[in-house]
Design a protein around this ligand. Structure first.
Ligand SMILES: [Zn+2]
Length: 203
């Protein structure tokens, strides 16, 4: 077995126990480059959980996965997330919308693959009304983003929803998803794999 990132032979210390327990697909050196700092914050009265800091290393790996279509890397992100999986028991995952053009180019929904290990029902019902890339540094664009998310007609009321996205940056996607879904569920939480460090000081 080779590390999915550096391609070196996969050797784990601690008498292989870490590998056997978790089946980590990264070597210890690559794994240690991730900054694991779980946070819980509130955005628009919704609890948001996030696990990794969105730093340069995370960015490199997720870009390789998303933009270089390196599908196998989806397993990298689902590591030691048992606490989140336990918390999400009984919830239905609703995927944050992906840009349609990118989805078609990639051939797979990147967030959908990332949550396979959650073993929860997954709904892909959110979409961007306009397939545009917005500059989230601009206030006007952030507002447009919040209005730009729609939900498909087949959506039904659901008891508990966890909205899942890969990265929490400005928070406007999350706000837009919540707005689109709030009439379908009274119990909505959010999980993003990584978050922009600016969120760490929020709570
Ligand atoms: Zn490695």
């Amino acid at each position: 077995m080779k590390c999915l990132w550096c391609m070196n032979e996969l050797i784990h210390d601690e008498s292989l126990s870490r590998y056997l327990l978790s089946e980590d697909c990264l070597c210890d050196t690559c794994r240690s480059q991730f900054q694991v700092k779980p946070i819980v914050i509130t955005i628009d009265n919704v609890r948001v959980y996030s696990h990794y800091v969105y730093d340069d290393f995370f960015k490199q790996v997720i870009l390789q996965y998303k933009e270089a279509y390196d599908e196998a890397l989806c397993r990298v992100f689902d590591y030691q997330l048992e606490y989140i999986k336990k918390m999400c028991k009984g919830y239905t995952i609703v995927l944050a919308p992906s840009s349609l053009s990118r989805l078609q180019a990639r051939g797979f929904h990147h967030v959908k693959k990332m949550v396979e290990g959650f073993k929860l029902p997954v709904l892909d019902v959110l979409y961007k009304k306009k397939d545009i890339t917005l500059d989230t540094n601009r206030y006007q664009d952030r507002l447009r983003m919040q209005e730009n998310i729609g939900v498909t007609k087949d959506m039904k009321c659901i008891d508990k929803i966890v909205i899942v996205d890969d990265i929490l940056t400005s928070g406007s996607t999350i706000k837009g998803c919540k707005k689109a879904l709030e009439k379908f569920s009274k119990n909505i939480i959010v999980f993003t794999f990584a978050y922009n460090l600016t969120w760490q000081n929020e709570n």
